[in-house]
Design a protein around this ligand. Sequence first.
Ligand code: NAX
Length: 327
Amino acid sequence: SKTPVRVAVTGAAGQIGYALLFRIASGEMLGKDQPVILQLLEIPDEKAQKALAGVMMELEDCAFPLLAGMEAHADAMTAFKDTDYALLVGARPRGPGMERADLLAANAQIFTAQGKALNAVASRNVKVLVVGNPANTNAYIAMKSAPDLPAKNFTAMLRLDHNRAASQIAIKTGKPVSAIRKLTVWGNHSPTMYADYRFATIDGASVQAMINDQDWNANVFLPTVGKRGAAIIDARGLSSAASAANAAIDHMRDWALGTNGEWVTMGVPSNGEYGIPQDIVFGFPVTCEGGEYRIVEGLEIDAFSQTCIDKTLAELQGEQDGVRHLL
Ligand code: NAX
């Protein structure tokens, strides 16, 4: 049987953690033949550590055959030791009266420290997924704080936006979500993201031609996908957790095991593709093979799409300029 791999998860006692860990341990992320060792990080706070211990009791009680080990940590330097995968879920939420700059600064501190720890102790091939918001900028900070690791190892989660867009298209067209190909979401994980079905197909037919309604695209589809997180908070009284965990599983599984040529969306550092400046962590269409992702290049960007991409890029540049002095 395979050698166990090490999977670090931060914010492990939080709501996404609770929806995520059991699926990693059951083999849904890395395959039903891949044993895992969970290296779980929470803040040193007594309540958080106690809650983490409770989650670990439940993980034990599942008796997962693939769960080869499990550790609780309060320090990134030990939590990330030799880790092959790192899911950075824990982040500082916006508190009452907190300004955007304060939020960026609080998260810059967390992701600088975690980037440095990954740089120091993680596997040199570690695959990092940042879920904690602002996800793209937090991934950028971690990447910049880990100069000895390849920049391409740092990614941000746009997959929830991608999956939300896919379901809205399935509902609109009356076709199964599994039949949709070549969908993508450009930019920041925020309401400015640009979900783009211009290239999408269902059973070989163009989704754009099937829907044929630019008004629906601009005034229904994009706002529905962009504000979905807020709609869920409004309805549930809590932010998306199970769907976010599901997207994290999808992102890591596809990165590790491949997409067989299909497009998925990942937030990855730009190498200048589509005019996005170097190192900006941006949602792009990618395919994955052999443990590597590749940005789909050469797509035509029409005027409407360019406006949308410029807007989400401007927001990201604002965030990343706002933290540069902290790095
Ligand atoms: P919770 O508040 O339930 O859990 C977060 C946990 O992280 C807490 O237990 C906290 O103690 C821990 N934590 C905080 N700072 C930490 C640190 N420095 N090291 C280790 N642990 C730390 O939040 P939850 O609902 O689980 O959401 C987690 C993050 O995901 C938030 O930042 C949230 O905004 C973000 N999201 C990102 C999404 C995406 O698509 N990229 C969608 C869902 C979600 O909103």
